[in-house]
Design a binder for this molecule. Sequence first.
Ligand code: PLP
Length: 238
Amino acid sequence: MTLFDKFYPLAQARKEMEAQCSDLFHITMEEILSPTEAVIKGRPTLLAGTNNYLGLTFHPDCIAAARQATEQEGTGTTGSRMANGTYAGHLALEKELSAFFGRSHTIVFSTGYLANLALLSTIAGQDDVILLDADCHASIYDGCRMGNAEVIRFRHNNVADLEKRLRRLASRKANVLIVVEGIYSILGDQAPLKDIAELKRQYQAWLAVDEAHSLGVLGESGRGLAEACGVEDGLASH
Ligand SMILES: Cc1ncc(COP(=O)(O)O)c(C=O)c1O
């Protein structure tokens, strides 16, 4: 068996899918018309899969700031934040976000995928347990896989199942981190965050909420589902 043989079933499955829809893996946007429209195969098309709900990529302030930044500082930092990639603008943005969220610190990553890898692979260690909603995003699974914590899944949005697992873990004296999403990326439903936060308090666990799809959308100030449910912990200035 060669290195590539294991991909044969995958290639077959892809071929079968392509026989039904030849464009499946070759969607190219020839022209971007707006945050939610592009020209695909010569036709203006609505982008139902985009995450650009807030339209920020076309907001005049964002365009002006991007233009100014590239003119003054070039097209990239050519280094990681830790090495030579932290510019004053990064810190200014993090300060603004800290004020917005009422937190003492914020870290900005270039993608949500990286944020989840960084958080989940480091925060929970060898003797800790992550309780993961089964329908969490792939980046959350990958972040957990990179760390050393034990990972246990609970049924999607099922508070009773979560409690059952917290109860079982209570005797182990492990730190338990519950991980959920504010609005689930594939299903579009919301976590029962009030109940989950109550369980977190009851069992002295920790709670991480990926608000990728709820930031700017839910809550009176747009801080997400945690704000909407009134369960933000330890706010500095609200
Ligand atoms: C809940 C959730 N977390 C993280 C990500 C990853 O974000 P990004 O595409 O910026 O890497 C996504 C992507 O859609 C997501 O839905």
